[in-house]
Design a protein around this ligand. Structure first.
Ligand code: ADP
Length: 245
């Protein structure tokens, strides 16, 4: 959240800086199995974000002391490419990427049937090629598709969206300017069928009413985004049935 700005985020007619209405998503496109060597992969384009998710496993967990005799462990690595932002980002892990890796791992663990694969690990790589706000949610949404494309049994899809507060107004799916200069940013991910919340973080502040309004918007949006996830998987399946892959 930014502290000060002269930038006008809400137009006279109530639309947002990029022309969207309060509850309008940026365009979202998902393509599955874009990488040959991964067991499953997905490329998501969500507004100005371009993010690749690659999944490997389940395979024997290594080093051995990390193995859990009761379930697979899900190891996620979120990384932002040096060229993904305006100013070159210093390559390699930082506190932010370590934190995102952790919360995304936990969200995916809830959705994957980890108990079916004792002593195994599932590796999930999220590579942000172009960042434009909401990358943790877009990366997680793509990773969930990549896990499904890898044929790893899941209870549910994980699907997320952000909402936030901009010039006093609750809006869905913050863009970069809104994320930088808005008053609150609330990324949330849920399981598509059970509706269980598996990730929730917040920057800034909201009243309880605003919080409820934001989460309701998010939940409505996840239904739309989940359909895009499902369509991406069935499009690939249909192509392979036609002998395309
Ligand atoms: P998220 O991408 O999940 O919204 P943040 O709220 O931490 O996570 O970041 C918001 C946006 O700020 C990112 O999507 C990206 O566009 C930008 N950003 C994050 N980290 C950096 C960085 N190190 N350098 C430049 N821009 C960054």
């Amino acid at each position: 959240m930014g502290t000060e700005s002269d930038i006008k985020l809400i137009n006279e007619d109530g639309t947002r800086i990029d022309g969207r209405t309060a509850e309008e998503l940026r365009p979202i496109k998902i393509e599955t199995n874009v990488l040959n060597r991964a067991d499953g992969s997905a490329l998501i384009e969500w507004g100005g974000n371009k993010i690749l998710a690659a999944v490997y496993g389940p395979r024997e967990a290594y080093p051995k002391h990390t193995q859990d005799i009761n379930r697979a462990i899900v190891k996620c690595k979120y990384n932002m490419a040096a060229f993904s932002v305006d100013e070159r980002k210093r390559p390699g892990p930082d506190r932010r990427s370590i934190e995102i890796s952790k919360v995304v791992s936990e969200a995916l663990t809830a959705a994957i049937m980890v108990e079916k694969f004792p002593r195994a690990q599932v590796d999930v790589f999220i590579e942000v090629l172009q960042a434009d706000a909401g990358t943790r949610i877009a990366g997680l949404t793509a990773a969930s598709v990549a896990v499904a494309a890898a044929g790893i049994p899941m209870r549910d899809f994980v699907v997320g969206c952000t909402a936030g507060k901009v010039e006093g107004k609750i809006v869905l799916d913050l863009c970069k300017e809104e994320d930088n200069f808005g008053e609150a940013d609330l990324p949330v991910a849920v399981m598509s069928n059970s509706g269980k919340v598996v990730l929730m973080q917040m920057d800034g502040s909201l009243s309880l009413d605003e919080f409820n309004q934001a989460t309701e918007m998010i939940v409505r949006a996840t239904k739309v985004i989940n359909q895009i996830q499902r369509d991406a998987l069935s499009a690939k399946y249909a192509a392979s049935m036609e002998g395309g892959e």
